[in-house]
Design a protein around this ligand. Sequence first.
Ligand code: IMP
Ligand code: MG
Length: 181
Amino acid sequence: MIQVADVKVMIGEAEIAERMESLAQEMLPFAKGREVLLVPLLRGSFMFAADLMRALARVGVHPQIDFVTLSSYGAGTQSSGQVVLHSGLTENIEGKYVILVDDILESGRTLAYARKLIKQLGAADVHIAVLLEKPGKRAEAVSVDADYVGFSIEDHFVVGYGLDYANRFRELPYIGFVEGL
Ligand code: IMP
Ligand code: MG
């Protein structure tokens, strides 16, 4: 069984905190003065979304928030390729500027599915913000790009700061990886 001690730090707490502030600055021009709705995809994005939302408040953007629960992984480290919607929005999103918030953009299937869903519900604009991106892992036939990317990383399976391995390690305040996973 993998232990917390096996997790090596890849992106530390201070670096994450700094990036939240600069991400909020990047989002400011498009978000300022608009009705913004953050839609984090649960569960992996909860910590990122909470920190991003507070960083947005510090630059004068005051979004609403709603959540969607999707899964594509099950308990392993390989995407099943099948996206399952477990629960959906409760807010009316018509006319709003929706920012989909996810932990990581890999094959892109999850976000492509979510974006389609949100557009169908009548959002005025839909942007995508991801904490992490693994370039070169996008599934063929899936065209989805993030408008805001926290960090671009190499193709390691990572945990922490909301990201899990079999629903563990989400609580770690840093992003780390386990050799061999
Ligand atoms: P995609 O649909 O293949 O882009 O996968 C995105 C989802 O897979 C993310 O929201 C994560 O839940 C999960 N995922 C992908 N890579 C990792 C990883 O390195 N660690 C933990 N979860 C991951
Ligand atoms: Mg996820």
